[in-house]
Design a protein around this ligand. Structure first.
Ligand code: SF4
Length: 306
């Protein structure tokens, strides 16, 4: 067997010719001939710019597709932006999901789910010694559905391994966020960081968009994501009041924790452990150190800081 699990010596009779099984499969599965370049599209500043740069031939080769993982929690303007972006790109954009994160949060507060995968702030008692719930939303709602789709695109069955690289997955991480870049653990897919290759920062992306007469892309991250700076909350409240009200509603909903958490636990979206609609973000003091999310300017981009 070779690295694709294809028998090297197997052959089948095709008319009068003996042809190898591998040759037949290579005809039917083009991905085995050469890796396909696919964009992991978060629909924020970086991945949108990267996709349009590919359209302009400034990043090559032309990707075969882009995959957007929908958590169901993006601000409305991100969905509007995605509708627009899709029409600009010369390759298909697949929208995939693994359920609806917002609905799963609500279900959990009502005891229909046992688990919340978002890292909400949790505290108990007067002192409210705080912590954060474990984050699993990125993997469950973003990385897994993208992986599922790209496996499907190269006919690699779930759980099946291949030593041959079938996919080169472009990630929208800019030079100023280089610390977020990772090497893929799967041998069948490689991660590529075209913006880092071209030494383009987030600001550089915005300049490129402007120079090419494109509108400014929105920031992409769930509106209820607790990894958000005071500045980020303040901006949302001023510029996207509907999303802010949606976030306030989730904040209220999660307050009494989950039936599965210890009694008296309270959950919050903001690290000050105050209700979101009562916070003066200009003055709010965090009870814990500013988290690294401030560096990311609340941009999730399909990776959520991983
Ligand atoms: S943006 Fe926040 S809430 Fe949404 S998937 Fe990423 S880490 Fe989770």
């Amino acid at each position: 067997m070779d690295s694709n699990g294809i028998a090297k010596t197997a052959s089948l009779k095709n008319g009068n010719e003996m042809v190898s099984l591998k040759e037949i499969l290579m005809k039917e599965i083009p991905s085995l001939k050469e890796p396909r370049h696919i964009i992991s599209l978060g629909a924020g500043v970086q991945s949108s710019t990267m996709s349009l740069m590919a359209k302009h031939g400034e990043i090559t080769p032309m990707p075969k597709a882009a995959v957007f993982a929908d958590t169901g929690g993006e601000p409305r303007k991100v969905y509007r932006w995605l509708d627009w972006l899709e029409k600009q790109l010369p390759f298909p954009v697949y929208r995939v999901d693994n359920g609806n994160l917002k609905e799963d949060i609500i279900d959990a507060t009502e005891g229909k789910n046992k688990f919340i995968s978002v890292p909400f702030y949790i505290g108990k008692g007067k002192e409210k010694k705080i912590g954060m719930l474990q984050r699993q939303c990125t993997g469950t709602y973003k990385i897994n559905p993208v992986n599922k789709k790209i496996r499907e695109l190269v006919n690699l069955a779930p759980g099946k391994k291949s030593k041959k690289v079938s996919i080169v997955l472009w990630q929208g991480i800019s030079l100023d966020e280089i610390q977020r870049a990772r090497v893929s653990h799967d041998r069948w897919q490689e991660y590529r960081y075209p913006l880092i290759e071209q030494k383009i920062s987030r600001q550089g992306c915005l300049l490129w968009m402007k120079k090419n007469n494109y509108p400014e892309p929105p920031r992409s991250a769930c509106y209820f994501c607790p990894y958000r700076s005071n500045r980020g909350w303040q901006k949302m409240k001023l510029n996207d009041p509907k999303s802010f009200l949606d976030a306030v509603s989730i904040d209220r909903k999660i307050r009494n924790g989950l039936p599965t958490l210890s009694k008296g636990s309270e959950l919050y979206l903001h690290r000050s452990m105050k209700p979101l609609d009562e916070i003066d973000f200009g003055k709010a003091k965090a009870k814990v150190q500013q988290v690294l999310w401030d560096e990311f300017e609340e941009e999730c981009e399909g990776m959520c800081g991983m």
